[in-house]
Every structure is written in structure tokens, then in C-alpha cells.
Design a binder for this molecule. Structure first.
Ligand SMILES: NC(=O)c1ccc[n+]([C@@H]2O[C@H](COP(=O)([O-])OP(=O)(O)OC[C@H]3O[C@@H](n4cnc5c(N)ncnc54)[C@H](OP(=O)(O)O)[C@@H]3O)[C@@H](O)[C@H]2O)c1
Length: 285
């Protein structure tokens, strides 16, 4: 039996969809803090268990009988280490056979401040003694393509990544990798550095959006503080604006580049090119 935490989220839903191609729904458990949010999974025969990263007893119950657990990292940045520690401790109490964790590309050396909680979680995993596998996910292409409508509105992609190259992949590619690892044998002890097959700079992304839309779109590189201010002015909460700006600075330092192609090797196909992700957003209107 495989338990997927964060199953109500975007990645979790894609992982379950991917697993359902190979295993019966009766072998999957969606662990979520709000069971009402996944009625569609119940309708497909997936068991749903209540699991809140902040409430250890819910986690122990959710992991009962699990052969494998996928810990999808929490979206509550700043709270993640204690939350993930609760999950790891509960997995140990439940005697889980394999714990897979979605980390960040090169968690041990990344210049992105976001990486610290992942690095600490990985350390906690090692110390726990639980057989585990680490999926160090690179950037989702969706982090950038979500801003395509804004780029078209202003004729500009804004950022502070300079000429840093970004080896992103579609969220669905990372979900396929998680499913592949959960379905494979002999994964304990493995650490995967997962990223897209190709890389691009934000100038190249702007050109791609311009070429596909037929509109003039350029890249406007800003100092980090100005980019942060622009994001806040556009309505983003300050912590999110801060996180995006810091991550772009990390990208400028090479933190989102990788050419190891471990992701495509794991999923047995090429990763989704950024041009395709842009095309999908434009087609959706
Ligand atoms: N690699 C990247 O580019 C990238 C980008 C963004 C995020 N991430 C990381 O990858 C994770 C998965 O991405 P995503 O796109 O699926 O994010 P998402 O759609 O925001 O999903 C986050 C999931 O975490 C769950 N969660 C948050 N706090 C929780 C708690 N206290 N107890 C139990 N569950 C909790 C959410 O549950 P609810 O549905 O109840 O809110 C949701 O299921 C994120 O959480 C974040 O750590 C990576």
C-alpha cells in the first residue's frame, strides 16, 4: 500500500493519476488535511485519510499499514522542518518500508534560500534510519508560465535571474518520476537530481512567449529589491514576492541549472519542453 501526502495539491494529484495507470486504486491512500477537498479521488476508489503535518497523531494513523509513503514537501514555507519532522517520526512509528521525499535540486549546495528547509529535512531523514529515497525536484515550468498573461499584458517578462539558465520541467514530469520511484524496487538510499532536459534564460523565455503569441515581449532584468517591489505592487503577498525574488537571484547563480538528465532517464521519455508549457498556457487563453 502506498500513501501519498499532500494528495490534494497539484503535484499530489498528478502523482496519484500517474500511479493509477499501473496499480489499482485500492492500493493507494491519499493523506490530506481536508478530506472534503478530494471527493473526486474517493469516487475513483482511492482511500482518503486525514493527515495534518502539524498533528502527529493524524500522521501515525494515516501511515498504518503503509509499505511506502511519499512525503510531498509542505507549502507552508518557514514551517516545513517541524512539519516534515512530524511526518518522518510518524513514518518511523508506523514501520513504513520506504519514505520518498520531494526535495529541491542539489539541496546540499543550492544558493536558493528555499533549500535550507529541504537540506534540514534530508538530514532528519538520514538520522531517522528509515529506508528513504530523495527526489530533488528542480523548478516547475509552471512557476514561470503562470505569468504568461502578465507578460503579454506588459510586453515584458520581469525577473532578477540575469542570464542564469533554468532547467525546468513540467510538474507532471516530476509527478511521473515520483510514481516511477514508488513503483520500483531497490530505491532506498538513492538521491535523484531531477530537472528538465533543456535549459533557457528568462530572455529566451520572453522570446518564446513573443514568438508564439505574435506580440513583442522582452526580458526586463531588475535588481532583486526592485523585482520584489514590482511583485508586491502587482498584488503578491510580501513573503511570496520575497521567495520569488530570492529564487531568481539563486537562478542567476546557477541554482536552477542542471544537465544530468536524470529526470528523463527515470520517466523513460523526454521532459516537457518550455515551449510546450508556454503553448499550453496560451491555448488555455
Ligand atoms: N519545484 C518547484 O518549482 C516547486 C514550486 C512550488 C512548490 N514546491 C514544493 O512542492 C510541493 C508540492 O507542490 P504543489 O505544486 O503540489 O503545491 P500545492 O499545490 O500548493 O500543494 C501543497 C500541498 O501541501 C499540503 N499541505 C500544506 N500544509 C499542510 C499541512 N499542514 N498538513 C498537510 N498537508 C499540508 C496542501 O494541502 P491543502 O490542499 O490542504 O492546502 C497541498 O496538498 C509544495 O508544497 C512545495 O513544498 C516546489
Amino acid at each position: 500500500m502506498i500513501v501519498i501526502t499532500g494528495a490534494s495539491g497539484q503535484l499530489g494529484r498528478l502523482v496519484i493519476a500517474e500511479l493509477l495507470k499501473s496499480v489499482p486504486a485500492s492500493e493507494l491512500v491519499a493523506a490530506v488535511r481536508n478530506p472534503a477537498s478530494v471527493a473526486d479521488l474517493v469516487a475513483q476508489g482511492v482511500e482518503v485519510r486525514m493527515a495534518d503535518y502539524n498533528e502527529p497523531s493524524t500522521l501515525t494513523d494515516a501511515f498504518a499499514g503503509a509499505d511506502k509513503v511519499l512525503l510531498i514537501s509542505s507549502s507552508e514555507v518557514g514551517q516545513r522542518l517541524p512539519q516534515h519532522a512530524n511526518v518522518i517520526d510518524a513514518a518511523k512509528r508506523a514501520g513504513v518500508g520506504l519514505l520518498a521525499y520531494t526535495s529541491i535540486l542539489r539541496a546540499d549546495t543550492t544558493p536558493l534560500p528555499l533549500g535550507l528547509e529541504h537540506k534540514q529535512t534530508e538530514q532528519k531523514l538520514v538520522e531517522s534510519g528509515i529506508p528513504h529515497v530523495i527526489l530533488r525536484n528542480g523548478w516547475y515550468s509552471e512557476n514561470y508560465t503562470a505569468s504568461v498573461p502578465v507578460a503579454l499584458q506588459f510586453g515584458a517578462v520581469m525577473g532578477c535571474a540575469g542570464e542564469g539558465r533554468i532547467s525546468s520541467a513540467a510538474r507532471a514530469d516530476y509527478a511521473a518520476a515520483a510514481a516511477a520511484v514508488l513503483l520500483a524496487d531497490d530505491q532506498a538510499g538513492r538521491v535523484y537530481e531531477l530537472a528538465g532536459d533543456q535549459s533557457y534564460s528568462l530572455s529566451e523565455l520572453a522570446s518564446e512567449i513573443g514568438a508564439q503569441s505574435g506580440q513583442a515581449v522582452s526580458y526586463q532584468n531588475l535588481p532583486e529589491a526592485e523585482y520584489r517591489q514590482a511583485l508586491v505592487a502587482a498584488g503578491l503577498p510580501e513573503p511570496i514576492a520575497n521567495l520569488l525574488a530570492e529564487s531568481d537571484t539563486g537562478a542567476a547563480q546557477g541554482g536552477l541549472f542542471d544537465d544530468g538528465k536524470q529526470l528523463s532517464a527515470l520517466i523513460g521519455r523526454a521532459t516537457t519542453p518550455i515551449a510546450e508549457s508556454v503553448r499550453q498556457v496560451l491555448a488555455a487563453g
